[in-house]
Design a protein around this ligand. Structure first.
Ligand code: ZN
Length: 127
């Protein structure tokens, strides 16, 4: 994703975009309150997306979150080997919920919150 820094020239446009995002954010919040996100997956996706834009995490919050992810990942990786070859999996980078097999290179995405298991990812995605 491109990160654009707001310049003084288009303040007005910036403002209205943000207004729109806030309105949308509130609307999505209400929809989630009504339980609609259980059927419409895009609602929670869009909500999180806007949340990241409108309410960015502070460095401190991110560090706490990363630390907890790292701990969960470590516990998970010690317990579960690669489904294909049985080798050890390692975290792709600090704070990531993805793991990679040290032997065959298959990537896994950890679902640390919902299930204590791995979901196989398509290997060549984004390459
Ligand atoms: Zn493997």
């Amino acid at each position: 994703m491109k990160r654009t820094t707001p310049r003084k020239s288009n303040n007005i446009k910036q403002e209205s975009t943000k207004d729109f995002q806030w309105r949308q954010f509130c609307r999505l919040g209400e929809m989630i309150g009504d339980g609609l996100h259980n059927e419409e997956k895009w609602i929670s996706r869009e909500y999180r997306h806007l949340q990241r834009i409108l309410l960015p995490e502070t460095k401190e919050e991110r560090k706490i979150k990363n630390d907890s992810i790292n701990r969960q990942m470590e516990a998970l990786l010690n317990k579960i080997p690669c489904k294909k070859c049985g080798s050890k999996l390692i975290q792709t980078r600090k704070g990531a919920k993805t793991a990679i097999c040290t032997s065959c290179g298959i990537r896994y995405k950890a679902k640390t919150k919902n299930r204590k298991s791995y979901e196989k990812r398509t290997n060549n995605a984004g390459r």
